[in-house]
Design a binder for this molecule. Structure first.
Ligand SMILES: [Fe+2]
Length: 190
């Protein structure tokens, strides 16, 4: 049987190579690769680079159509993080779980952030609950791995460039392999 890393990377290449990233110009695969490359170039920790590659995997896990196409929030961040939590620890899953809330956070605390979002991101932000209140923002950023989540979010927003050259998916495989939780790594060895 394929191991989980193969399964995830294959999903990104096959389904992710086929479907667009929301209403943006790039595919899910291009978006994931651009996001991971930016995270690496900015020296984020290895598990955050793995998270950057996998952060939107929830969009590829819906059996039917992604509800976002009907303007509904399918909470793809939780779907992805819950699935990945079988195989990875919170250093990977928390930035993924929080990548939507990180947008809500930045829209509140950082002047100019909202204006720079793409139209598709502004629309999804509204569906996802809009910017945090000041109190919500303060509560949010104190939780573990939220600094990494917010940094990753910046690259998520930038990873939408049509025809941008990036390394291919196998370049990022070691980050994903290394980030697996000890339970999963032990099962592979036995
Ligand atoms: Fe994304």
């Amino acid at each position: 049987m394929e191991n989980i890393v193969d399964q995830l990377l294959n999903l990104l290449v096959t389904k992710g190579g086929d479907i667009q990233y929301g209403n943006e110009d790039v595919t899910q695969l291009e978006h994931a690769l651009q996001c991971a490359e930016l995270a690496e170039q900015h020296n984020l920790p290895g598990p955050t680079i793995a998270a950057a590659l996998l952060h939107d995997i929830g969009h590829l896990l819906y059996e039917d159509k992604d509800p976002i196409h009907e303007g509904k929030d399918g909470r793809h961040e939780n779907l992805g993080a819950d699935y990945l939590s079988q195989y990875f620890d919170t250093d990977v899953t928390q930035p993924i779980r929080a990548h939507v809330d990180s947008k809500r956070y930045l829209a509140t605390v950082e002047e100019g952030y909202y204006d720079l979002l793409s139209e598709a991101s502004k629309l999804s932000l509204a569906v996802q609950g809009g910017p945090f209140t000041k109190e919500e923002a303060k509560k949010f950023i104190d939780k573990p791995f939220m600094k990494e989540a917010v940094e990753m979010r910046r690259f998520d927003d930038m990873a939408k460039i049509l025809n941008k050259k990036t390394p291919d998916i196998n370049y990022f495989r070691p980050y994903v392999e290394k980030a697996q939780n000890s339970f999963n790594l032990k099962n592979i060895k036995n």
